[in-house]
Design a protein around this ligand. Structure first.
Ligand code: GTP
Ligand code: MG
Length: 500
């Protein structure tokens, strides 16, 4: 890429976006009770087609409208060579990380030609891989005709530039790749806004020509930086661009905050109706959407690709005892999820701390299911810590038992003795899972009117914590309370009932 982009900014922001944009399907509509209807050409199928048609438009997704005028790293991932630095863990783990990178690259629509791993104590400070390996990489790139190198990690802006100088093609890192996938797949307005924000955050320090143009502009006095006096007329193009990006980011943040408010209101409404909620979480491609479909008959997009689901989808389920609950499918997790995205998708993950139950889905046929569980738990712990919330109870579900190695499965059953073992594909274990859900979810509230003696302040505290209080009065004998409480608490309160 050259200086050619340095034209006037102000290109129509949305002009380069995907032609159609449709909000993600909303809750309800697809009711429970039609459990078998999942196979029809459905919403999922449509999403799938839309997505593949989208993918044919090469490189469209990351052309951030706002920064196209700057020299930036536009991703046109077509024919790629992967390269990783293996610093710790076993060879098998290093390979898993690389095949995950390959899957990510393919999900982004590129063809993987070759993959190289280098064993080092730590990545090279200047070119990520060592200089010898970089030369080898250049030869591989030449021989295969690759147009992009993807590194399995997050590289500093300087590392990207130095390595690019050696290999002579575009170099991107895992973070940029994941951002690209998210940009291709997000469909809701909020999702799109969050991805744009994350991309800009990533892009900002990586705008090229920054150092050079600084020194050019300041006539060698770059270090002194001029301060107030030099701003304005003497300002370089790149500075203007950065400022534009920053203000665009601020605007996006405000918009996102707005959308979040709207969503909070919606969720609050749902919470107060007392319909219990389940958040399905888990590693990407574990089969979360498939389990949602198996349980509810919803036609949510299922795809053997990473990050098929990027917008939380909520579906109703009728439990065995006739009650309703809502299940929310969430964005999958992946090792080394870019920090910009954890930040950006916090709102998506907020479903997690609001849920009455977490259904944590694990791919039982994966080579390292326990590592997957751990990676997911770390992200969840992060989110909960930030929200200052307690973790909802968790139900672990090991999926794909039809495809798992029997020996490995036996071992897993031993380690994860409380987990449910199911196959969304064959349906095995799904009914048992459904009845377990019925047991685990809090029942409907019961109206109680009680007079609790002062010696049982603990009960009053529980009423406040678990129920909805409509009246509270202190009298001589104790606290009189009218409230709606869970069934179990109602039982404990029965002896203090004052009727009516
Ligand atoms: N063999 C087998 N494959 C399954 C099973 N459940 C899901 N799959 C496959 O696993 C792949 C991923 O399934 P999804 O339901 O899209 O997984 P997900 O967790 O929602 O994935 P993301 O939304 O991409 O994070 C698809 O190819 C499914 O067909 C199962 O029980 N057995
Ligand atoms: Mg999914």
């Amino acid at each position: 890429m050259t200086d050619s982009e340095r034209q006037d900014p102000g290109v129509d922001e949305q002009g380069k976006q995907v032609p159609e944009h449709r909000d993600s399907p909303d809750a309800a509509g697809h009711g429970a009770g039609e459990r078998s209807g999942a196979r029809e050409p459905s919403l999922g199928q449509m999403q799938l087609e839309e997505r593949s048609s989208l993918r044919r438009v090469e490189g469209l997704s990351t052309e951030l409208a706002d920064v196209t005028e700057v020299e930036q790293r536009q991703l046109r991932l077509e024919r790629v060579v992967l390269v990783g630095v293996w610093t710790e863990g076993t060879a098998a783990q290093a390979e898993t990380s690389m095949s995950e990178l390959a899957a990510l690259a393919e999900t982004a629509g590129s063809t993987v030609l070759e993959a190289l791993i280098q064993r080092r104590d730590r990545p090279d400070a200047s070119t990520y891989i060592g200089s010898g390996k970089a030369a080898e990489l250049r030869d591989v790139v030449k021989a295969t005709g690759a147009d992009t190198v993807i590194c399995d990690g997050e590289l500093s802006p300087a590392q990207l530039t130095s390595l690019e100088k050696v290999v002579q093609v575009k170099v991107v890192d895992r973070t940029a790749l994941i951002l690209d996938i998210f940009a291709q797949h997000a469909t809701s307005r909020e999702g799109k806004a969050q991805v744009s924000l994350a991309q800009m955050e990533y892009m900002l320090p990586r705008l090229r020509g920054w150092g050079e143009s600084m020194s050019r502009q300041a006539g060698g006095r770059a270090g002194s930086n001029g301060g107030v006096g030099l701003r304005g007329p003497g300002e370089t193009k790149i500075e203007t661009d950065r400022r534009r990006i920053r203000s665009r980011m601020a605007k996006l943040r405000r918009e996102i905050a707005h959308m979040k408010n709207a969503r909070d209101v919606k969720r609050h409404r749902r919470n107060t109706t007392g319909v219990p909620s389940v958040a399905i979480v888990g590693y990407t491609n574990a089969g979360k959407s498939s389990i949602l479909n198996a349980l509810t008959g919803a036609g949510v997009l299922v795809q053997n690709a990473l990050f098929a689901t990027l917008d939380p989808t909520t579906r109703r389920i009728v439990l065995d005892d006739g009650r309703e609950a809502v299940l929310t499918d969430t964005v999958g997790f992946v090792r080394h999820l870019p920090t910009q995205l954890v930040e950006a998708f916090r709102s998506t993950l907020e479903e997690v701390d609001q849920a009455d139950l977490l259904m944590h889905v694990v791919d039982g046929s994966d080579e390292f299911p326990l590592e997957q569980i751990q990676a997911v738990n770390e992200v969840i712990a992060d989110v909960l810590r930030d929200a200052g919330a307690d973790a909802p109870p968790e139900l672990l579900v090991v999926n794909k038992i039809d495809a798992a190695d029997p020996v490995e499965l036996t071992r897993l059953r031993g380690v994860l003795d409380r987990a449910h073992f199911v196959s969304a594909r064959t349906g095995e274990g799904v009914e048992a899972l459904r009845s377990n859900l019925t047991e685990l979810l809090p029942g409907p509230g019961v109206e109680v009117g009680v007079l609790v003696p002062y010696s049982r302040g603990d009960l009053v505290a529980r009423i406040h914590a678990e129920g909805t209080v409509s009246l509270e009065r202190h009298c001589a004998e104790g606290t009189e309370v009218r409230a709606e409480v869970p069934r179990a608490l109602a039982a404990a309160l029965a002896q203090y009932s004052v009727g009516g």
